[in-house]
Write a protein that binds this ligand. Structure first.
Ligand code: EPZ
Length: 422
């Protein structure tokens, strides 16, 4: 297993280009199942999760050529509507084939994803949506077996805004008979991006990006293949913004980041005293002096993203005062805290709330990554720490960050990957 070593204390200076959004690419790759034709995705990041999705589509019977930043899903009618445990256990988002398979083929057998490091993560809201559209759902030996003659349009009211739940049900509704109204939807930019692609395929979807989405279903075979360039990854952009703000003297331009997708983060960074400005299609981050503590509570978009909680919490270890960072989306997303405490961070953890006291001088140590965003936060901590930090189990990182050592290295960071470190 690889590790990443970081020597801290250097301000970051220069430009970094944001890759395409992982959490937009995954559902859009699954949406290719709604058409038999050949679809092309551009600006796709070279990530393990993309490879896993491609392997899943191949298992289902579609040819896939991954040549990042381009992915081509070949034409194909003969699809085996089954997603096995071996693939789904590698990546929960595999559950996003359930809606397209059910809508397109009237049947789907998909392994239940099970829990992950950050929480139980049930899919009851996804299944509730399919049942409202007339599907019968059985759970057998760890698999969801969903069947229907043809899905029919329905009103689906989610108990809570779920990103992949909204995406899965929206894809299913695109081929259901009649109209659907989805209420209490997730409003994330990735949901909007999926609706943009579905409409490009010929679907009729209104309201994506708001909490009510209207879908008029098309007939089988009416959805066409697409050629689409994916939006930039706002979470990757936010990660580089926090990395830049860790050390005084930093001046970084995050190219291709859309500031309107990061308003909650930008607001908090400005409140802390970090200089954040827009430069054309980019965001400029400057840390010119000490920063102050601010409180953060994660929430569904447009609230503060849970996927930025760990990275921002690390920034608050260098801020003057006490910051209260509360995680409300996932029940177990504070695993980075004990690792940061090993780096001399002063954090009191009470359930899903961390009280961060600063500023402290972080000290380098060997630390363990537990999930994707926690691993990014440990790299960021290493950028400001005294001495060397070794982040282990970086396979988590490779799921969501393309060439992170090269990108940070180009900004002046002292960082290297150690192959097969343990
Ligand atoms: C998406 O996960 C993202 N993943 C996550 O990013 C992100 O953290 C999350 O949305 C929240 O923004 C992808 O888009 C592939 P949810 P998702 O359904 O859709 C509960 C990353 O770091 N819930 O919006 O799985 C759930 O347990 C990843 O890139 C139910 O109870 O998240 C959670 O507490 C991590 N029943 C809350 O809702 C359901 O049926 C929000 O989860 C569905 C969800």
């Amino acid at each position: 297993m690889d590790a990443i070593r970081v020597r801290g204390g250097k301000p970051l200076v220069g430009k970094v280009k944001v890759s395409g959004a992982k959490n937009a690419a995954l559902p859009i790759l699954c949406a290719t199942l709604l058409s038999d034709g050949e679809s092309k995705l551009r600006n796709v990041p070279a990530l393990r999760d993309i490879e896993t999705t491609a392997a899943l589509l191949r298992f289902l019977g579609r040819g896939v050529n991954v040549n990042a930043p381009e992915v081509v899903v070949e034409a194909g009618k003969d699809v085996r509507p089954e997603a096995p445990y071996e693939l789904v256990k590698q990546m929960r988002a595999s559950v996003l084939v359930l809606g397209p398979l059910l809508a397109r083929f009237g049947r789907a057998k998909v392994s239940l994803p099970g829990g992950c490091a950050i929480g139980a993560r049930p899919i009851d809201q996804h299944l509730k949506g399919f049942e409202a559209m007339g599907a019968t759902i059985k759970l057998e030996r760890g698999y969801v077996i969903a069947e229907c003659g043809r899905l029919r349009g329905a009103e689906v009211c989610f108990d809570l805004p779920t990103v992949t739940g909204t995406e899965n049900v929206m894809m299913a509704a695109a081929l259901a008979k009649g109209r659907s109204t989805l209420v209490n939807c997730a409003r994330e930019p990735e949901v909007e991006e999926l609706a943009r692609v579905l409409n490009k395929m010929g679907a009729e979807i209104d309201g994506a990006g708001t909490d009510v989405i209207h879908v008029r279903g098309r007939e089988q075979g009416e959805l066409l293949p697409f050629d689409h360039a994916i939006i930039p990854d706002r979470i990757e952009a936010g990660t580089y913004m926090c990395a830049a703000a860790m050390n005084e003297g930093s001046d970084v331009i995050v190219e291709g980041a859309e500031i309107q997708d990061l308003e909650a983060l930008v607001l908090k960074m400005r409140q802390a005293g970090v200089e954040v400005s827009t430069e054309g299609q980019s965001i400029r981050i400057r840390r010119t002096g000490p920063i102050r503590s601010v409180n953060v509570t994660t929430a569904p978009h447009p609230g503060f993203p849970t996927d930025m909680q760990a990275q921002f919490l690390v920034l608050m270890t260098t801020a003057k005062g006490e910051s209260v960072v509360s995680e409300t989306i996932f029940e177990n997303r504070m695993m980075h805290v004990p690792e940061l405490q090993r780096m001399n961070a002063d954090i009191a953890l009470r359930g899903n709330t961390a009280v961060v006291s600063g500023p402290v001088k972080l000290t380098g140590a060997s630390v363990m990554a537990t999930d994707l965003r926690a691993s990014a936060s440990l790299i960021i901590a290493g950028l400001a720490a005294e001495g060397e930090t070794e982040v282990r189990r970086v396979y988590h990182l490779d799921r969501g960050y393309e060439h992170i050592e090269a990108k940070l290295g180009a900004l002046g960071a002292s960082i290297e990957r150690v192959k097969g470190a343990m």
